[in-house]
Design a protein around this ligand. Structure first.
Ligand code: GTR
Length: 409
């Protein structure tokens, strides 16, 4: 049955079994004041800015707009993969602008620069002919794990990434350890947050950015840097990420339209899974264990998801009409794979309004039947919580398809 009969204005009717709370889903195509979004202009001028502001206000917090001073230092540049790739290590540093750094500061820490080491692999052949599209993804345990893996390979985030395969398909890969931007602890005295504090401030306010916001901000700063590199196709940088970094990736793509495509892998609660399902990780669970990921205000929706002004399908919709690819794993029940599928599915009307194809599947596909042809894509594969070589191959399939074939370059 549809939960359609007594819905408040602005709510989308969905089958009752899809949600654990009453009231349907917030409709991406109805403005907060009840005005329907009928044209692309309505979307761009009214609804998109309003939704972005709502995600800032209630979920991720506002990202400060102020400038920082950015330093760039190339640490190493050499040729790897038997001459097929250029490997570049660059240190980016972020400082408070001089004027702000001079301001009296009760913390004494606020002027400390933040250093992020970016590792980039670029296809040599592409550099010679045309700039390469690049996957940009933060990593969990350090750049050296992305290249070489680790002895602790029972941990799925310690597996190396398929750099050679991606390079051979024409893609560059750029990465940095997320903890360089903001250590993943409930402490706001380190990482990039203090670069923006007002005098005497020690942690973000009720509606200000948490760690996910900081990681997303960092992705945009790395994008600034990549766009300056003539070997990188500035208009084809794909932001990708796994799990908490899949949440950061899709938030980054929602905020920053320079990202050509978004990939959100096993991103679950606070990522692409609908909060109103309350299956697997709930708002209560995530805001108890990881309160620092979101703005403090998000915790108020624990156990009362029906009153959230947004839900996560609207986050996917903020990427439209750019390609977005959502990936689930069958045994990753904590991330609610069906909720991730629905997060993609209910973003479709916005793609369609903007003249792009929404998700080309109304039912969740079976495992290993990726939905790649539509601009909004999805797959679920067997196995658990991880970003595998097979997942990466599907991301590249979707990018080939929607950002232009690369073969023959
Ligand atoms: C879990 C967390 C998830 C997911 C995951 C990860 O502990 O509950 O939301 O982000 O960590 O990032 O691996």
């Amino acid at each position: 049955s549809e939960s359609g009969t007594d819905l408040p204005a602005g709510r989308l009717a969905v089958p009752e079994a899809e949600l654990s709370v009453p009231g349907g889903l917030p409709d991406p195509l109805v403005c907060a004041d009840g005005t329907p979004v009928r044209t692309p202009a309505d979307w761009w001028e009214r609804r998109r800015p309003e939704l972005l502001a709502a995600f800032e206000q209630h979920v991720y917090g506002r990202t400060p707009g102020g400038a920082v001073e950015v330093g760039v230092e190339v640490l190493a540049e050499d040729t790897v993969l038997d001459g097929r790739a250029t490997r570049v290590e660059t240190r980016l540093t972020f400082r408070r602008p001089a004027a702000a750094a001079d301001a009296p500061d009760s913390q004494g820490t606020a002027a400390d620069p933040v250093a992020v080491t970016v590792l980039t692999y670029l296809p040599v052949s592409a550099a010679a002919t045309a700039p390469a599209p690049v996957f940009l993804a933060l990593n969990f345990r350090g750049n050296e794990i992305v290249e070489n893996g680790s002895a602790a390979d029972a941990d799925p985030v310690q597996h190396p990434w398929p750099l050679a395969e991606l390079v051979d398909r024409g893609y560059g890969v750029a990465t940095a350890c997320y903890q360089d931007l903001d250590p993943d602890v409930d402490d706001f005295g380190n990482g990039v947050h203090p670069l923006f504090y007002a005098t005497g401030q020690t942690r973000p306010g009720e509606h200000e950015w948490g760690a996910l916001g900081a990681w997303a901000w960092g992705l945009s700063r790395i994008l600034d840097h990549l766009r300056e590199d003539r070997r990188v196709d500035a208009d084809r940088v794909i932001v990708a990420g796994h799990s908490r970094l899949g949440k950061a990736a899709i938030w980054a793509a929602a905020r920053d339209e320079r990202f050509a495509m978004a990939v959100s892998n096993n991103s679950g609660c606070g990522g692409v899974a609908l909060s109103r399902r309350r299956i697997g990780e709930t708002v209560e669970a995530i805001t108890s264990t990881f309160p620092h990921w979101f703005c403090p205000a998000f915790a108020a929706y624990a156990g009362r998801e029906e009153s959230l002004p947004v839900d996560q399908h609207q986050l996917v919709a903020l990427v439209a009409p750019r390609p977005a690819y959502v990936a689930s794993a069958q045994d990753d029940t904590w991330a609610d794979p069906y909720g991730e599928f629905l997060g993609a599915k209910y973003a479709s009307p916005v793609y369609e309004l903007l003249g792009a194809e929404g998700l080309a599947a109304t039912e969740q596909p079976s495992v290993d039947r990726p939905v790649v042809p539509s601009r909004l894509g999805y797959h679920i594969r067997p196995g658990g919580h991880a970003m595998t070589d097979g997942d990466w191959a599907r991301f590249a399939d979707a990018a080939d398809r929607h950002l232009g074939q690369l073969s023959g370059r």
